[in-house]
Design a protein around this ligand. Sequence first.
Ligand SMILES: Nc1nc2c(ncn2[C@@H]2O[C@H](COP(=O)(O)OP(=O)(O)OP(=O)(O)O)[C@@H](O)[C@H]2O)c(=O)[nH]1
Ligand SMILES: Nc1ncnc2c1ncn2[C@@H]1O[C@H](COP(=O)(O)OP(=O)(O)OP(=O)(O)O)[C@@H](O)[C@H]1O
Ligand SMILES: [Ca+2]
Ligand SMILES: [Ca+2]
Length: 582
Amino acid sequence: MATAATTSAAAIPTGGGGRRQHPHPRRPGLRPRRLHRLRLPAQAAAAAAASSPSTSSSSSSSTPAEGGGRLVAELVGAFNELTGRMGEGLATSSSSRLLFRALKLALPALRDGDGGRALARALAIAASLADLQMDAEVISAGILREALDAGAISMRDVKSEIGISTAHLLHESLRLKHAPSKLDVLDDESASALRKFCLSYYDIRAVILELALKLDMMRHLDCLPRYLQRIKSLEVLKIYAPLAHAVGAGNLSLELEDLSFRYLFPHSYDHIDQWLRSQETENKLLIDSYKEQLLQALKDDDELSQIVQDISIQGRYKSRFSTMKKLVKDGRKPEEVNDILALRVILEPRCDGSSLDWGPRACHRTHEIIQAMWKEVPGRTKDYVTRPKENGYQSLHVAIDVSEPGKMRPLIEIQIRTKEMHKFAVGGEASHSLYKGGLTDPGEAKRLKAIMLAAAELAAMRLRDLPASDQGDSNCTNRAFCQLDKNGDGRISIEELTEVMEDLGAGGKDAKELMHLLDANSDGSLSSDEFEAFQRQIELMRSLDDKDDRYRKILKEKLQTIDSAGLIQVYRKQLGDKLLVS
Ligand SMILES: Nc1nc2c(ncn2[C@@H]2O[C@H](COP(=O)(O)OP(=O)(O)OP(=O)(O)O)[C@@H](O)[C@H]2O)c(=O)[nH]1
Ligand SMILES: Nc1ncnc2c1ncn2[C@@H]1O[C@H](COP(=O)(O)OP(=O)(O)OP(=O)(O)O)[C@@H](O)[C@H]1O
Ligand SMILES: [Ca+2]
Ligand SMILES: [Ca+2]
């Protein structure tokens, strides 16, 4: 029995975490207005966005205001990003409080770790978990795990400051960390046994936390020695990527597979990578364009509109690892991998119950519309709607040829199915995790799903907003503001600001300076408008950073392409020759 299902109501965190509450009346009186005030929040936010180790928090070159502003801006920026990524239902006010506390504990503990990279990594892990729609307990454990590993915080801190549920998840994930070392040889059989063991004996949410940690590790594998890169990659490929598949984290699994493929078989990876990359931009545009055209045509069709109430289309470009597996499976040539470009139409029949075969009719009508629009490839159509596969899988598959005279293109695979059929293909006995994720027993997949749902429900119960909540922020429109406005009077007082800055390791003087910078009307406290102006600056600085990151990646790729085309070598050689001559 997985521990997730046994997590009891006794584990419900009591909230507050022993935080101090200051009684603080609003400060009367106006202070003299200063020049430059409106420019200064940008300085604080800019300092906050600067994540390089050299500009790290308490660097002696930064003014107290920059240092203090940086701390709060870092906290608010990270908090906004995480709550923004969480699903609407998940970002309750109890969740917000939990995340805010976790960030306040992690930020000072991690800021200087690993040359300044530790904090960025903890936040990236938390972001992956938020993207996977994990709840605030799992995300807070993701934020704190790095600090715990580094010894910057203790389990006791987590229990008292954050809550018992987050501590339990961290405890489980630490146990899981050592699971692969139980195996002497990582062959298929023992890897499969270990995966089953993980899914049966550990909290399933801790397994997902571990997967996010593995993804982060794989994204930074370059800094490890070669032999460790290989060991880690093998572990990920055999254990964690299939585990990710089994728990339904498909995209995470694809990225884990591709990264381990790259380190385990660098030459094969390069080969496939170059081939897929050379057509990637063009092909992705092609998928988008065909997706749009098809959606429009389906929506415009009167016959289809009468039987379906909703149509959606997903597009996908095949991953490196999945392509490689297809090539080696039966020795086919790259041009014979027929699902590099793929679309999936999901139809929701109208539910007036008058005709049970509306689902199949909708699929077949969609097929006819596709046949009228594009060239169907003979012999590649499979109608698993009329004749389901033995495992119950239903879907209608066609391939279309979109080549033009003088321009060869890969085929596009189109899968057509109803919402019901899709649910079965994703989570039922024909599930993708059974099809690809290394689980072989349908009962096991069902049990796994039930455990995950039970764990999610328990967490949702712990994190739900109580109607009679005395915290006063359940109707909060600006979540970050409400975390700082502890007494809920609609203003952030100097005492409230001081408290959060002290938690972050800055002093009262920094809080005064920051208040001075942000308090535009000089009434001694921050209104939500004043705070929002600060948040806008933070967002602006963060987006500049993101852009810089994107440009750097593009430039690096371009330079690499030039390099592999030999241009740089030619240039170097010519330069070298010239230098020799002179
Ligand atoms: N979830 C799920 N998906 C399936 C199953 N069978 C097929 N699919 C999906 O359908 C796609 C195409 O399957 P088929 O039409 O049977 O074609 P195939 O012979 O496997 O095609 P190629 O490998 O491209 O030659 C697969 O790549 C999967 O995406 C199944 O049992 N479960
Ligand atoms: N035609 C399609 N349209 C949209 N998504 C698809 C399509 N086919 C597969 N996918 C999805 O793409 C993801 C990656 O699948 P992947 O390409 O690795 O395998 P596959 O195509 O399902 O199987 P195989 O490699 O055996 O053909 C999965 O989530 C899968 O459901
Ligand atoms: Ca207040
Ligand atoms: Ca003010």
